[in-house]
Design a protein around this ligand. Sequence first.
Ligand SMILES: Nc1ncnc2c1ncn2[C@@H]1O[C@H](COP(=O)(O)OP(=O)(O)OP(=O)(O)O)[C@@H](O)[C@H]1O
Ligand SMILES: [Mg+2]
Length: 714
Amino acid sequence: MENDIVEELLCVEAELQDVQDQIKILLDHQERLYRKQSELKALLEDCKTSENESNNNASIAAEDWSGNFEWDSRADDIRFNVFGISSYRANQHEIINAIMSGRDVLVIMAAGGGKSLCYQLPAVLCNGVALVVSPLLSLIQDQVMGLTALGIPAYMLTSTTSKEDEKFIYKALDKGEGEMKILYVTPEKISKSKRFMSKLEKCHNGGRLSLVAIDEAHCCSQWGHDFRPDYKNLGILKVQFPNVPMIALTATATYKVQTDLMEMLHISKCVKFVSTVNRPNLFYKVLEKSSVAKVVIDEIADFIRGSYPNNESGIVYCFSRKECEQVAKELRERGISADYYHADMDVMAREKVHLRWSKNKLQVIVGTVAFGMGINKPDVRFVIHHSLSKSMETYYQESGRAGRDGLPSECLLYFRPGDVPRQSSMVFYENSGLQNLYDIVRYCQSKRNCRRGAFFQHFGEPLRDCNGMCDNCAYGHEIKEVDATYHAKVIVSLLCDMKENEQRATMLQLIDRLKAKMKELGGSNNSVSDLKKDELEQLIIHLILDRILKEEFQHTAYATNAYVALGPLWKLALQGKKPVVLEICKGQLSNSSIRKDARNSQTFGLEMKLDELRKELSSTHGGIFPHAVLSTQQISILSTHKPTSITQVEKLIGKVKAEKYGNRIVDLIQQYVKSGQPNGDKSRVAEASENRANKRPRKNKSLILIESSEDDAE
Ligand SMILES: Nc1ncnc2c1ncn2[C@@H]1O[C@H](COP(=O)(O)OP(=O)(O)OP(=O)(O)O)[C@@H](O)[C@H]1O
Ligand SMILES: [Mg+2]
């Protein structure tokens, strides 16, 4: 009798525990829904506000900022003859007009949109000195070097500035002596150097402070991704110099970050220019990642050699430091000039790699996320993700380092569901870390939806045409739909059994058990053993995204392990009430590289020659970057028009560059034309592709030696 009661009590307690578990799951779910609800409400609010604002701005922009202004012809002259830029990109003209009219301006423009010109051109146009605050020394150095190469008197006041330069700068601020148009500083100068602030004050009092620019302005906000405490003190600039126009610029800013930085910088009445997040020149593609590491490297190496045989720059992002080193080594073994970059290296070693890459002496940087802000190279032709990023936002930023010059570039992401637990065990403790990760996983799993559309949706922008610039829009996939409802049921029942026995399983362990179970069930149901390991991984991720399953984490002394557990909706799956359809990719319908289409065989040979010339000129002109001598776009224009006099060169790339490099360019083109090369371009293309073929998998170690001998030469 007593035993019966004890047994019943145990049953009731077990059932109570079950109810408690369910309540917890429902409460968790409720919490998530509340959070989502408030996010969506805020997003809706943002959309309405930004719609109103962009309508307002649009009317202001139409009425005031794109009209005629007294500085128009001088601005056009500087744009073309000094900067060598033939026409403005979206919003640049309007922004310049607003700042020239004395207004404070906030610029939200995608990476590579051309934000720098928006303050550099007014700086040259105005009398006096423009102050630019920028967060990183390397960015500042790049900018100052580029401006100096254009003949613009630009300086920087940082820890690396020589005493002599410092003296010159202070004199220029203090007394207006010497020629200085743009002065770059880090935010620490504003917050920590009283001497600097007093000189700036004098400059202002003498009516010589023309404008203040805050680059990478999202660093002001704690809600931004690169918060810098010293940026918080920049509000003092508007307080001290209320009549000097301020321009704040950033590539990414949510509405929250925008309001935050406007408040901090005291520019609440600024004119706001928000451009689209769209990067129309980027081709987005997701590839199935093989479980065999060597196969992935072979594919990456083949892609680079096949599509970019002329040392065009690229980045490969990896998950870990160890992986970076390994991938770089294996790419080198396959004849690709690659080196790694991660946070474990000392600053000097990292800078050396970065510099070699910026000077086109190294084709590929294999980096972790540490290779981030500060990458100013405009002609990065491809960004490959060897592993998935932790969120849509990070992926947008990392992939966005491609094609900042506006030319066609490719963003490839290698995805395998087995990579998800690696990332999730890193991000689960972050606020919304798992949700953000699952968003990018959804992006990767999708075989039908436009990749670009996913970005628009993520950033709350209306959809725009992709123009076939993603894999799903360009050629799509041949997809087989598999009804996996039964598989889901088996997985859930397996996990129920394991839970009862207080057991846990990682994704791989679960798959092993599943396979054994399927074999067992195989006799009664033929369809259960038909899914391959990769497809089962895909199914488990699918069930996690559908909340039938969930991930759980446990710390050990060495790592955090991710386990697969029952999710809030597991019962529906067990009862077969939630149909599960798996989309399995059978292959790509067609696959053409955008690069191969874009390359013009008529101009290719000359482009190669001009590329060599710019490298040579870059080292003879004080070691500036090759892209600062001639941009890829300018090389293309010169190759098409083949100018034969300095005057003609001037008409194509502006006065300053024509004066500096015109003779060499004309000589080279004349030689090229004389040697009958235009008709020989095709054979050069053939020659290049032959070289490319010769470069194909050579797995002997001598290639690594060739690489390191190049290193030694520096
Ligand atoms: N109107 C234009 N026509 C052609 N090229 C341009 C134009 N404006 C800017 N560029 C070029 O585009 C490249 C990117 O410009 P810039 O560095 O100003 O981008 P950004 O908006 O500051 O990007 P990021 O957010 O990555 O810093 C540079 O090489 C620049 O010379
Ligand atoms: Mg910039």
